[in-house]
Design a protein around this ligand. Sequence first.
Ligand code: KG4
Ligand code: ZN
Length: 419
Amino acid sequence: MKILAIETSCDETALAILSVKGKKFKIEAHQIASQIALHTQYGGVFPMMAKREHSRNIVPLFLTTLKEAKIFRQVESRKLKVESQIRKLLAREQDMVEPFLTEIAKIKKPKIDRITVTVGPGLEPALWVGINFAKALSVAWNIPLVPVNHMEGHVLSALIKEQIEQVTSGKSGALHKCSLKVESQPLIQLKFPVISLLVSGGHTEIVLVKGIGKYKLVGQTRDDAAGEAFDKVARMLGLPYPGGPEISRLASQSRNQLRIRNEKLGIKELTPNTKNQTPISLPRPMIGTPDFDFSFSGLKTAVLYMLRDLGGVEKITDDTKAEIAREFEDAVVDVLIKKTLAAAKKYKAHTVIVGGGVSANNELTRRMTAKLAEEKIQLLLPTKKLSTDNAVMIGIAGSLGKKVALTSKKLIANGNLAL
Ligand code: KG4
Ligand code: ZN
């Protein structure tokens, strides 16, 4: 079975083709057109701008995806029988409709058995682009559609093991090729229950996974998501969007400096005592509460007050900026680890899966790895390229569990879709 997967919930237009033979999976194509360079200029993602970029990028990216999967065949252009139906479906996608009709009319229908597409949660205008594209293809080529929850994709992104990696990255305009080679292999088999920590720009959740498709939300943020806090604090520190990688880079610089300083003082390890040699200290919100909820908005405010007390971000040295980044990262990581471990123990989980963009954070994964090893709990992490938004995870989710294929009428975007 060949699956085309589509993801447009936020600021990445992502397409993938997977082939599934029995229990074996192979990534035939994995493409991402990132809008980050554009959104960086504005310090965040504006839904209508994201929608426009998805509409412009999705058709060319689709052709590249078919080529990468080696299922692209051109034929002489002919008029599509279903053209008027497609025009109706794409009535709200003015940037996409003509390129879609022109290109599809010249392509021989490839062997694709199923189209899986993210229907939520995410930015609704952005989600609709992927959904309408999927519907139009489904009608043009008569292929069934399977709706996928983006968060389920993040949970299941950890099931694929990367083998050979080929990076062809280079930013040429909006298109940013990001390839990942995974030969045919079985997915990692889970022993349930599993606890999943989902940490992204829009979500911070602890999910109890009782089986594929059986999810129960046991905790979540009461205000900002962890990734959102990284992005907002980065902005306060004058760092570009997305803030996670930037904060992480500064924090690791500061950790190295601290290590060197401590070595000089004869202190071997970074213990809390050796860390707190500076007045840079932030709260660990809700770390002591017995629930599995989070709150990051107060932490962000604490950084704001700290900067004000230091005389403003323009007044602080680069070293202090890096120290704030380190302390902020430590605060977030402390809380995430404490709550995840508590949930894993309460539900007697064999495995913890960390998914979502913030799972790319080195300090989080380094410390989570050490902590769970102590507790003899298995940790599964997505390979770096599948930790932020991608379509491979949507393809995996769309092929597992009892997914029902739908006709195009029934597919709608739901920005707040729950797991
Ligand atoms: O899952 P994702 O790609 O998109 C959403 O569904 O939101 O997550 C994006 C988020 C952003 O907030 C970004 O700052 C954060 O993930 N992020 C990181 C790192 N890389 C990405 N946060 C902390 N450390 C990182 N290395
Ligand atoms: Zn995501």
